[in-house]
Design a protein around this ligand. Structure first.
Ligand code: RB5
Length: 144
């Protein structure tokens, strides 16, 4: 299951991503926020990342105005490796090399077409492991 969350700046793009996931038959849980609501991105990042850490979700997508605030907040949470991406190469290699478990992007930065491509490559690319595992372990060591 993919956990997905957004703040009030990204309701429309979140909806487009959910429609894409529906069209692909990919299971997800929409943690909001929804039309007419307001929420602070650090609160939503914590809620959604908690679903990843508990094992409820395999990966997560966080969307705000830029994607930057969500990624900053998510990366404060132990066990989360969030990547703010607005290009396909980064979305692919953050899975291959960093084993990113959260993808962030911004409604004010990317359009729906690019966002769904980012999601697609993020979900469908595996971690390479090997020498990259050593480096990811060093990221984890920074949390101590
Ligand atoms: C909300 O206005 C905006 O600050 C937020 O969505 C995000 O872009 C922060 O990084």
């Amino acid at each position: 299951m993919i956990a997905i969350g957004n703040d009030h700046a990204a309701v429309a793009l979140k909806r487009a991503v959910c429609e894409y996931l529906d069209s692909k038959g990919i299971e997800y849980k929409d943690f909001g926020c929804f039309e007419g609501e307001k929420c602070d991105y650090p609160d939503k990042a914590l809620e959604v990342c908690s679903a990843v850490l508990s094992g409820e979700a395999e990966k997560a997508i966080l969307i705000c105005g830029t994607g930057v605030g969500m990624s900053m907040a998510a990366n404060k949470i132990k066990g989360i490796r969030a990547a703010c991406c607005s290009d396909i190469f980064s979305a692919k290699f953050t899975r291959l090399h960093n084993d990113a478990n959260v993808l962030c992007f911004g409604e004010r930065v990317v359009g729906a077409g690019l966002a769904t491509e980012l999601v697609d490559v993020f979900i469908n690319t595996g971690f390479e492991g090997g020498r990259h595992q050593t480096r990811v372990d060093k990221i984890s060591a920074l949390e101590k």
